[in-house]
Design a protein around this ligand. Structure first.
Ligand SMILES: *Cc1c(COP(=O)(O)O)cnc(C)c1O
Length: 220
């Protein structure tokens, strides 16, 4: 019997192809399955296939969904990929293993305080507003060195940079710019690439791709 490749297998295949084309190792790319809006029943098949790294964009939704799933799968690794309000910093530090949306001094202070209080260090990416879009989250490119220095001084483990490029235009130049900024600032992890562009992101150095639709189908 011929089993068609699952969405998870297909995405892994695309990542492997992009790695081969750019002489990278597939093991250096972490696939974050973005399960936002999808219920536990939709997540179960991926867990069944052995996938353990997931992304959510809202603290409250993750709090409702993940504690129960984690009882069954204690080795799940949860990433917060959406914007974070400072008043949710404590909840985020308690629940997530990695935060991709550190983007301003007020949030930095709230996270540092929450990590101290919980005596738990959560790895963070600084989100950069890579297309300088007014409505988008992320710190301005010019503000990055300062924010990074403040984060380091506050004891926040910043491991890399994250971006969401402007919609509807070729993302490659923005991925390349994020990689350049990371290297200039002594950071080696890059959270970039979504369902529509993760192979490009991998070829430009992504260490974490955030893929939802290609794994779970369209969100309603
Ligand atoms: C929803 C979301 C994704 C996943 O988007 P898809 O196009 O469904 O793969 C990735 N990153 C962030 C920040 C998101 O909010």
């Amino acid at each position: 019997m011929d089993n068609p490749a699952s969405p998870l297998e297909q995405v892994h295949t695309e990542i492997a192809k992009a790695c081969k084309a750019s002489r990278r190792e597939p093991g250096d790319v972490t696939l974050i399955a973005v399960s936002k809006t999808h219920p536990a029943e939709a997540i179960a098949p991926l867990l069944g296939e052995g996938h353990r790294v997931f992304g959510e964009n809202r603290v409250q939704e993750a709090q409702e969904k993940w504690p129960e799933l984690r009882e069954q799968f204690p080795d799940v690794e949860l990433h917060l990929i959406g914007q974070l309000q400072s008043n949710k910093a404590e909840d985020a530090v308690a629940l997530f293993d990695c935060i991709h949306s550190l983007d301003r001094p007020s949030l930095l202070k709230a996270l540092a305080k929450a990590m101290d209080k919980a005596d738990r260090r959560v790895s963070c990416f600084i989100q950069v507003n890579i297309g300088s879009e007014e409505q988008k989250g992320g710190c301005a490119i010019d503000a990055l060195p300062d924010l990074l220095e403040q984060a380091r001084a506050a004891g926040i483990p910043v491991i890399g940079l994250m971006c969401i490029p402007p919609a509807e235009i070729e993302p490659a130049p923005f991925f390349a710019l994020l990689a350049k900024l990371a290297s200039e600032n002594g950071l080696d992890q890059l959270s970039m690439g979504m369902s529509g562009d993760y192979p490009t992101a991998v070829m430009l150095g992504a260490t974490h791709v955030r893929v939802g639709t290609a794994l779970f189908g369209a969100r309603s």
